[in-house]
Ligand binder design. Structure first.
Ligand code: RIB
Ligand code: CA
Length: 330
């Protein structure tokens, strides 16, 4: 990936979504060409507002943002996760409101439009419930061929879930959509809790963001204060999982994956206690995961390097070079 590849981000912005967005803006390997929002951490309209405000703060006024599904395929939106992400989705941090609004089309329609504009090239990063992606598959049955690949933050392969003992939030919030997306015949990578809960951001990383001169890094540092408050009961110290930015970094090949077998994955859509579980067939682990017939989903279980330094380094490199352009040393 020498030239930046076109990326579509589908998100529920969200503190870790905000980090993923900043990472994709900063990465020299990604050209973010469109963003859709979906209800998850916050409702889809609120997620779009957060996204637009962040884009304005970061100096990207032209990337289209489309509001997507408010409700999952079955039932209604549950109201978000204010205990994790704050009432406004970004830890109560107040950003200057964006001068512009979302585009007229839905998130699914925007994804389909962009897939046609960049056939065989567009890469999708989905870091919220998969309602918009499933809708896009129904709108355009050729989407699986038009899109180069899709990377999804979601599920739990062998790790425990974070909503029920076995289900992860993005899948649990719309299991029917997730089942549809993971059954489609495309190049899909799943980044589950197995790898996102073992790659954390610590307080010294947060302090580094707060000390940055760039307003986006500072805002992210403030948001993380709220996020760390939720995770303290989980990890026993001030730190947080890095779900969404890790998925973004894997999608742009910013970090190497160490263990990522291609296996069969099914989503439980029953109404029993395993609803929303991503059932990953990892029986090949004792043989080093030989090819599995009919398998198309790469499940990332381990990465080959520490993630936090890469994340901070990418943000700093981008913001630093901008400062250098704006204020040349005399
Ligand atoms: O389970 C973690 C996922 O749920 C992340 O995408 C987070 O932002 C929430 O949407
Ligand atoms: Ca998310």
């Amino acid at each position: 990936m020498n030239q930046p590849a076109p990326f579509f981000l589908d998100c529920d912005t969200g503190i870790d979504d905000a980090l993923a967005l900043a990472y994709l803006l900063a990465s020299p390997r990604a050209d973010l060409v469109g963003i859709g929002t979906v209800s998850g951490n916050i409702d889809a309209a609120g997620g779009a507002r957060n996204t637009l405000d962040l884009l304005q703060l970061a100096g990207y006024p032209d990337i289209p943002v489309a509001i997507g599904a408010h409700d999952p395929q079955e039932g209604t939106f549950h109201g978000g996760a204010p205990h994790v992400h704050g009432d406004n989705g970004i830890g109560g941090v107040e950003l200057a409101p964006s001068d512009r609004g979302p585009v007229e089309v839905s998130a699914a329609e925007l994804l389909v439009q962009l897939a046609h504009r960049f056939p065989g090239e567009l890469r999708v990063v989905a870091i919220g419930p998969l309602t918009n992606i499933a809708e896009a598959l129904r709108l355009e049955p050729q989407l699986t061929e038009l899109v180069a690949e899709i990377t999804i933050m979601g599920g739990a392969a062998l790790a425990p879930g974070n909503i029920t003992p076995v289900s992860e939030a993005n899948i649990a919030n719309d299991p029917e959509a997730a089942a549809e997306v993971l059954a489609a015949d495309w190049n899909v990578t799943l980044v589950p809790l197995d790898v996102t809960m073992t790659n954390v951001l610590e307080e010294n990383h947060r302090q580094e963001l707060l000390a940055s001169e760039h307003p986006v890094s500072q805002a992210l540092g403030e948001m993380l204060g709220y996020y760390f408050g939720f995770y303290i009961d989980i990890f026993g110290r001030a730190c947080s999982a890095m779900h969404d930015p890790l998925a973004a970094a894997i999608a742009v090949r910013g970090v190497e994956v160490a263990t990522a077998p291609k296996v069969r994955v099914q989503v439980d859509t029953t109404t029993g206690p395993s609803r929303g579980q991503t059932v990953c067939d990892l029986r090949g682990q004792y043989l080093g995961f030989p090819d599995q017939r009919g398998a198309r989903c790469r499940v990332v279980l381990e990465i080959g390097e520490k993630f936090a330094p890469h994340l901070l380094g990418t943000l700093q490199a981008a913001w630093l070079s901008e400062e250098q352009v704006a204020e040349p040393v005399t």
